[in-house]
Design a protein around this ligand. Structure first.
Ligand code: 5GP
Length: 195
């Protein structure tokens, strides 16, 4: 998605540890027009998937997920993160290691908002090692719902997440594919169907 790549270039900042900083438009200040276009793009790519819910993880996935839910006309659930290990019988839970924060959070989704018949699209801001998406897949397994795929705003192709999801047969649609962040420079992999 050209518009997204241009935005990444405009604010190009790479932090130590191969972390791309996107807080100018995605995970602190949010560009609503870009988010709307991101939501429309995910909706178009998954238009035949009969999606009934969009899931994401708080907080950075919420903006693109809500816009995707708006474009598809379906509700959005964001899994909540807890430091505490408290068990709650009303929740589906999974443990997720955060690549950027180097901590493990328990994520949870209330059973109240899950139907056995749901067809779920997972959305996240980044795909790096695949932990966040893996956590949502575990919750989907517990809930017995079908995952139609994962919509990723920025995929870091040089990290193992996308290959691991492909090996599991998960359809992954990424709007920007970053092939390298070496020397503080962003390189994009050419995406299929790009105009
Ligand atoms: P994964 O679970 O795939 O290892 O990483 C996904 C999560 O880590 C994302 O939800 C995102 O919050 C964070 N993350 C991973 N890589 C980056 C990055 O390069 N920049 C930023 N800002 N967040 C990242």
């Amino acid at each position: 998605m050209k518009e997204l790549e241009e935005k990444i270039r405009q604010f190009e900042t790479v932090l130590p540890g191969n972390v791309l900083k996107v807080d100018a438009f995605l995970n602190h200040q949010v560009d609503p027009v870009l988010m709307q276009h991101i939501g429309q793009e995910f909706a178009a790519r998954f238009k035949d998937a009969k999606i009934t819910k969009v899931w994401t993880v708080e907080s950075s996935g919420i903006a693109p997920a809500v816009m995707t839910g708006l474009a598809l006309g379906v509700p959005v659930i964001f899994a909540r993160k807890h430091k505490s290990l408290t068990l709650n019988s009303g929740m589906y839970t999974a443990d997720v290691y955060s690549y950027t924060k180097k901590t493990t959070n328990r994520i949870s989704i209330s059973k109240r908002y899950v139907d056995k018949t749901d067809r779920v699209l997972l959305i996240d801001d980044f795909l790096a090692n695949g932990q966040a998406v893996e956590g949502m897949l575990q919750i989907a397994d517990q809930a017995g719902v079908e995952v139609v795929g994962a919509g990723i705003v920025i995929e870091k192709c040089f990290q193992p997440g996308s290959a691991e999801l492909a090996a599991k047969g998960v359809r992954v649609e990424s709007l920007a594919k970053v092939s390298s962040l070496a020397d503080g420079q962003v390189s994009f992999k050419q995406t299929e169907g790009e105009d």
